[in-house]
Design a binder for this molecule. Structure first.
Ligand SMILES: NC(=O)c1ccc[n+]([C@@H]2O[C@H](COP(=O)([O-])OP(=O)(O)OC[C@H]3O[C@@H](n4cnc5c(N)ncnc54)[C@H](O)[C@@H]3O)[C@@H](O)[C@H]2O)c1
Length: 338
């Protein structure tokens, strides 16, 4: 079990007050930029650290302070903590390519472990109260036929998965040793506007972009790979809760997902139908081609779902976007962006 048992600790109070300074690493990325939007909406003051390796300045409102800093660059990161003095940290920055982690495990560890440790050490030494970390249910739980809860044994097989798992252990260490409140949010498959379509992950973004351009889309193998797709603003809301609500324990790990499975064939059909409708509304007459099937990708999990009941019981979090509504919005965003 990765999360500390509740009974070992007393609850931590909510982080009070508006206009809290929140350092969001990876804040120019897909999920990070939606978190920044939520923080602004809630009256807080986000500050972004990003090296723009995959992030996009266009994801952020002009008034958001941005530090173009790599989390591996300890002195530069220390200057950001010294000048901004954040009260909370939301750590989204990561090397998130499983393939690259397999090719270059040491690079993955530099960003995902040493970069995390730089951020944790600076948070601890400058008096940050709470640290929220983007973890991954997908890479921790592996193949599961039923939605896995947080007690499901971790079995990471890629260096990326190992770094997320080890990252959670470091969070626990900082809580035990230094009293830093830490929360790991184990996302399922996140999708929505602003997702980068150039990576290997993010099938929704890749298919949206290709369908919009009339390019062929290829489903790996038979496409019967069940995934738990959660809309990005539901994930951003979970981050806001994790940053500001009272915690049941000083270190907690929560799943963030819907518990509902959709396979890639069904997903491709929905995307094609929605993209076709959206293009028609735009007066574009092109036919969005049906997806074809290519070779299976070695190591792809058959089924990967997370059970977010703990998050629901703790803060009444539940996904507010159905898959149809979320995909429609995402298709619409890609159709208007291209
Ligand atoms: N997208 C998903 O489905 C998913 C699922 C599970 C976990 N996660 C985790 O969520 C987090 C956010 O992912 P995302 O999907 O928004 O990806 P993303 O690539 O859009 O965001 C990552 C951000 O971190 C920045 N970054 C990367 N390396 C950095 C470095 N060394 N220094 C500073 N900034 C750096 C990138 O420029 C980017 O803006 C990551 O930690 C990822 O591992 C994502």
């Amino acid at each position: 079990m990765l999360s500390v048992p509740y009974e070992k600790y007393t609850a931590c109070n909510a982080v009070q007050g508006h206009n809290m300074k929140v350092l969001v690493t990876g804040g120019a990325g897909f999920i990070g930029s939606h978190i920044v939007d939520f923080l602004i909406e809630a009256g807080h003051a986000p500050v972004v650290v990003d090296n723009f390796s995959t992030g996009d300045p266009g994801n952020l409102a002009a008034e958001v302070p941005v530090h173009t800093v790599d989390i591996r660059d300890r002195p530069a990161l220390a200057r950001v903590f010294a000048s901004e003095q954040p009260e909370l940290v939301c750590h989204q920055a990561a090397q998130m390519s499983v393939g690259r982690s397999v090719q270059q495990p040491s690079y993955d560890a530099e960003v995902n472990l040493l970069g995390l440790l730089n951020t944790l050490e600076l948070a601890q030494s400058t008096g940050v109260r709470r640290f929220v970390f983007a973890s991954s249910g997908g890479v921790l739980y592996g193949d599961v036929s039923e939605p896995a809860d947080e007690t499901h044994p971790a079995n990471p097989i890629s260096p990326y998965g190992i770094s997320k798992w080890a990252g959670e252990q470091y969070l626990r260490f900082f809580t035990r040793e230094h009293g830093l409140e830490t929360v790991a949010l184990r996302y399922s498959n996140v999708y929505g506007p602003r997702q980068n379509p150039h990576g290997e992950a993010g099938v929704v973004a890749i298919f949206c972009q290709r369908m919009r351009r009339g390019e062929p889309t290829v489903i790996n193998g038979d496409g019967r790979y069940l995934r738990d797709y959660v809309y990005v603003t539901d994930v951003a809301r979970a981050n806001l809760l994790a940053l500001t609500e009272s915690l049941p324990a000083p270190h907690v790990a929560f799943n963030v997902g819907t518990g509902l499975g959709l396979d890639v064939n069904e997903l491709a059909d929905l995307l094609r139908r929605f993209m076709q409708q959206t293009l028609q509304e735009q007066g574009v007459t092109a036919i969005v081609p049906e997806s074809s099937h290519g070779p299976a990708r070695p190591g792809d999990l058959r089924s990967n779902l997370v059970d977010a009941s703990l998050l629901n019981r703790t803060w009444d979090w539940k996904p507010t976007w159905t898959i149809e509504a979320g995909l429609r919005r995402t298709v619409d965003w890609f159709a208007h962006k291209a």
